[in-house]
Design a protein around this ligand. Structure first.
Ligand code: NCD
Length: 317
């Protein structure tokens, strides 16, 4: 029995320490498996996973597909440009029709906050939120925790004693929200920084310190997570004067790197706007664990799929 108490993975808000640790501990095993020659553990043989990505994705979609296949499940990618969504079908109708084919898991990315929670009420399949608007991206939050644990607290279970800075477009980042929840649950101290125009009202209530300058956030930090400016989500006038100013005051370059702890690591969920929020020398430098995050992404998604759809999964409401 997995004993996992969630039927869907919609967000990390409200998760317990044990929920997060169950995923991370299982992911450690899959991470080791994925480093071997035969990357298969067919515990989801006979199960079906549908990837329903209604927004662009490189890492998340590929890694969910790979994760499902490495577990022996049938994985289908639903491509919006070739589907009836372009003919005006609603999300709920699409989801109900996919449900009629009896998938075990639907992985959904959608531009509307709350989209995953809303279809979870209408289908029997387990829903994994792969990013809903500006709300949450729980598998990214978990893979970030897994990456940090491996690099900064090897052998430990939680992240107590670490300081993590999250810098950039807090207003539009679902990654930031899931990271703040996940990191806080595991005992890390979280500081967030953004230009004032990109700090949502009440953001500190999520459980972090909030700064309108980067320096106090990154000072002595063990980990810094840089966020992409999500221009596609911003409506109305630009939230910052121009790219040059943004990269000068909020981009991570050699000047800010000096302020971090000596052995600090640098992370980014991708895709990186090179030269804007992150200096390419740092993105490709020795502190960067950005590609490791991608590697952990597969292991964490294998863990989530197995906990939701494996033999031992419990279907609590
Ligand atoms: C993120 C997303 O889509 O929220 N990407 C990802 O899943 N790695 C972050 C981003 O788009 O900037």
């Amino acid at each position: 029995m997995s004993g996992f108490r969630h039927r869907h993975v919609l967000g990390l808000e409200g998760w317990s320490r044990d929920d997060v640790l169950q995923v991370l501990d299982r992911a450690e095993r899959f991470h080791a498996l994925n480093e071997g020659v035969v990357k298969k553990s067919p515990s989801l043989r006979g199960r079906t996973v549908i990837n329903m990505f209604l927004e662009p994705s490189t890492r998340t979609r590929t890694s969910f597909e790979l994760a499902a296949k490495r577990l022996g499940a049938d994985a289908i990618n639903f491509t919006p440009s070739q589907s009836s969504t372009v003919k005006g079908e609603t999300l709920l109708d699409t989801a109900r029709n996919l449900q009629a084919m009896h998938p075990d898991v639907i992985v959904l990315r959608h531009s509307a906050s709350g989209a995953a929670a809303s279809i979870a009420r209408h289908v029997e399949a387990a829903i994994i939120n792969a990013g809903d608007g500006t709300h949450e991206h729980p598998s990214q939050g978990l893979l970030d925790c897994a990456t940090i644990r491996r690099h900064k607290r090897p052998g430990a279970r939680d992240l107590a004693g670490l300081t993590v800075a999250i810098c950039g477009d807090l207003a539009h980042s679902r990654v930031a929200r899931s990271d703040v929840h996940g990191l806080g649950i595991l005992g890390a101290k979280v500081r967030c920084a953004a230009p004032r125009t990109m700090i949502p009202v009440g953001f500190e209530a999520l459980g972090c310190e909030v700064f309108d300058r980067v320096e106090p956030a990154v000072e002595g930090a063990d980990v810094v997570i840089m966020l992409r400016i999500q221009k596609e989500r911003a409506q109305g006038p630009s939230l910052y004067p121009n790219n040059r100013e943004y990269s000068r005051y909020f981009g991570l370059g050699p000047r800010l790197l000096e302020l971090l702890a000596d052995d600090a690591i640098v992370m980014h969920p991708g895709p990186v706007n090179r030269g804007l929020e992150l200096d390419p020398r740092i993105a490709d430098g020795p502190r960067s664990v950005i590609l490791d995050q991608v590697t952990w992404g597969v292991a964490v998604r294998m863990a989530l799929l197995e906990l939701l759809a494996g033999d031992g999964s419990v279907a609590a409401p």
